[in-house]
Write a protein of this length. Sequence first.
Length: 259
Amino acid sequence: MAYETIIIQIEEGIATITLNRPKVLNALNDQVFNELAEAAATLEADPSVRVVIITGGEKVFAAGADIGQMASATAMDMAIGEKAAHRAHRTIENMSKPVIAAIAGYALGGGCELALVADVRIAADNAQLGLPEITLGILPGGGGTQRLPRLIGPSKAKELIFSGDFINAEEALRIGLVNKIVPVDQLFVETQKMAKVFSSRGAVALHLAKSSVNEGLRMDLEAGLQYEHKCFSLLFATQDQKEGMKAFLEKRPAKFQGR
Ligand code: CAA
């Protein structure tokens, strides 16, 4: 598929998806979400890709869902059928590979919600995040009322959702919405550094570790612990487990094959 609203680059096993609607601050319409879903499915199926980065470039991550597209929608338009945004989120979130959001500038509304779908968020020092939907007479409908409280706790999430206020990178770091802050001109270098660390690990262990966290968050603690134990045990069937432990005992770096 040829993409019009996103750009994909793959280098040394690290795929970067760049949102590309600069005239509207990367506002997310159905075409963007459909292309994101398609790209995520394609990158998931590509064994040479080990880590995925989602970014909007150095100026803006995304200023939200496309208000122009939503303005005249009816309740039925919104209620019927699976939404392109939800399909894209689900496809990205269910990837077996680590997904890092590299955020510069605004990550608002649907933009912030897209970043919440990633496993890890790195913010540039010019980042501004928020869920301003309440100021439009709606609520964050792209997972914001669900993923944000699970990440930062319900109380702080409600403050952001009820006020619609934007927060800067430092506040986002303080409340656990982003993992780290870097100077904006270092955003891609630092994100690549993290991606390289992840990509040097065993792909099956990464997949099951991610699954253990994500699935575990949907379960009670006892069920989550049992699920973790199954994932943990399964890894003892991999060559990577043999190699990882052998390498440790031989005092050398492990060479993982993703098997
Ligand atoms: N949708 C559509 N167009 C958008 C947009 C959006 N979310 N955000 C910005 N744009 C467009 C503007 O309309 C403008 O287009 P024109 O040049 O044709 O007028 C262009 O991008 C540049 O924007 P501004 O002139 O507004 O830039 P600014 O620097 O003055 O302000 C901003 C930047 C504070 C981010 C402001 O654009 C803004 O408030 N944007 C909307 C933020 C928002 O409310 N996001 C939530 C959307 S709803 C949502 O996401 C629903 C959901 O949960 C699923």
